[in-house]
Design a protein around this ligand. Structure first.
Ligand code: PLP
Length: 461
């Protein structure tokens, strides 16, 4: 294994101007190859994938069995349009996935990514309401902060002003309730009481909006990009289900980030035996080998929609045989390699190591998460969670300092609704070993030392 060498961008050999553009002008090294939890650039420098890309590469990079399964599929057929043909990989994958879903969520609709899965869920919910005589229901309540995707429909239920406010005039305004960030509350309530209080905010919102107008509630069972692995108190989940049932509202679990074993159970909601009506998945189910997303829906919703003439929705690449062959092999590998169990065990280790670091670096506070989705906040005061000033760009500096030390960390600054602050997520591939967790923690400690020195933050030595 090549030792990590600095990724200072000033060391980059000159490259021609790029015709590509993404979010910023930021340039990164050219990737060459990847294996396990590591990526190498064309200069031979190695990087630990501490966030599995964007919490995607669950079974690790370069898995031979997945690659071979895809090659075999490519030799047969890579595309057959779903209105012309069914295909075995899609059938088989849907059958396996249905077995992993809770309750009667055994109707699977494939898409190519997370935003498409969320769009599909919102549209299925709406169509179900229309065909069952509830056409007044259209509002989808979501949480603030939250992240549900980048398309207009998924942005409408995303709680992050940094991403939504420019597009506000083009987006249908949807109601939100506060995400259950109970770990930050400074009151005399127990965590369980806080969980109920946060859940009850859903009922208050439903009543304020008019229950007959509310279609669904969408939430990430364990938080992702916006709340960095937020885990609600246990009491939250049953109360949310109870409120949805009481008012005839559909419960959508967005498991795009938490699904496919990431949190140490196949679904994040499985930690609480949740019974949502719709589950959205992506990221880990394709594990970076092919663009793949899915919606799993209750039979109770799908039947009346199909009976009434069909689901008025679909994408060209839906159920693509190559993506589904990749998804099928990923599912096999998830089981063969014991990824879910390893995520639980290595997640415990990583979380306890991060808790130890938060004692040493008090600007790291609120360590949380399950399995290999571990998060924390970067704060000015660990008790009050007062945010660091925006000018410090703590999130970007954390990313860059870790990057220079050979590790990818996922970090964001959230803004809006009286909420502001930096957080980060550690989410390596689910095949990580204890020794590799140690490697990540050593780089992170070094990174936090550098961050403290640069931003003048306290360190307990
Ligand atoms: N939903 C959740 C919970 C996500 O974390 C994401 C992406 O981060 C999405 C939806 C959107 O997925 P995609 O970027 O694949 O469209």
């Amino acid at each position: 294994m090549t030792a990590a060498t600095p990724f200072a961008l000033s060391n980059e050999p000159p490259r021609p101007a790029s015709h590509l553009f993404y979010m910023t002008r930021l340039r990164r090294p050219l990737v060459d190859r990847a294996e396990g939890i590591y990526l190498w650039d064309t200069q031979g420098r190695r990087m630990i994938d501490g966030s599995s890309g964007a919490m995607v590469v669950n079974v690790g990079h370069g898995n031979r069995n997945v690659i071979d399964a895809m090659k075999q599929q490519m030799e047969r057929v890579t595309f057959a349009y779903r209105l012309h043909f069914e295909n075995e990989p899609a059938e088989e994958l849907a059958r396996h996935m249905a077995e992993k879903m809770p309750g009667d969520l055994d109707r699977i609709f494939f898409v190519s990514g997370g935003s498409e899965a969320v769009e599909s869920a919102i549209k299925l919910a709406r169509q179900w309401a229309v065909v069952t005589g509830q056409a007044k229901r259209w509002k989808v309540i979501s949480r603030f902060p939250s992240y549900h995707g980048g398309t207009m429909g998924s942005l409408a239920v995303t709680g992050d002003l940094a991403l939504t406010e420019t597009f506000a005039p083009q987006i249908r305004d949807m109601p939100t309730i506060p995400a259950p960030r109970a770990y930050r509350d400074r009151d005399n309530f127990s965590m369980e009481e806080r969980g109920l209080r946060y859940a009850d905010m859903l009922e208050e919102k439903i009543l304020a909006e008019g229950p007959e107008s509310v279609l669904a509630f969408i939430m990430e069972p364990i938080g992702g990009a916006a709340t960095a692995a937020l885990v609600p108190p246990d009491s939250y989940f049953p109360r949310i289900r109870e409120i949805c049932d009481k008012h005839g509202i559909l419960l959508i679990h967005d498991e795009v980030m938490t699904g496919a074993g990431r949190t140490g159970r196949y679904l994040g909601g499985d930690h609480w035996n949740c019974r949502p009506d719709i589950v959205t998945l992506s990221k880990g189910i394709g594990s970076g080998y092919a663009p793949l997303g899915a919606m799993a829906a209750s039979r109770r919703l799908v039947k009346p929609v199909l009976d009434a003439g069909g689901f008025q929705h679909g994408y060209t690449y839906a159920g693509n045989p190559l993506s589904c062959a990749a998804g099928l092999a990923v599912l096999d590998e998830t089981e063969r390699l014991g990824c879910v169990e390893n995520a639980a065990a290595m997640g415990e280790l990583l979380k306890s190591e991060l808790e130890a670091l938060s004692t040493r670096y008090p600007f790291v506070s609120g360590v949380r998460g399950k399995g290999l989705l571990i998060g924390a906040d970067l704060v000015a005061d660990p008790e009050t969670f007062a945010p660091l000033p925006k000018v410090k760009s703590a999130n970007q500096r954390l990313i860059d300092l870790a990057y220079e030390r050979g590790m990818i960390v996922y970090s964001r600054r959230i803004r809006g609704d009286g909420i502001e602050g930096d957080n980060f997520i550690l989410a390596p591939p689910l095949i990580i070993t204890a020794a590799q967790v140690g490697e990540m923690v050593a780089i992170l400690a070094d990174t936090l030392d550098a961050l403290a020195a640069e931003l003048d933050l306290p360190v307990n030595r």
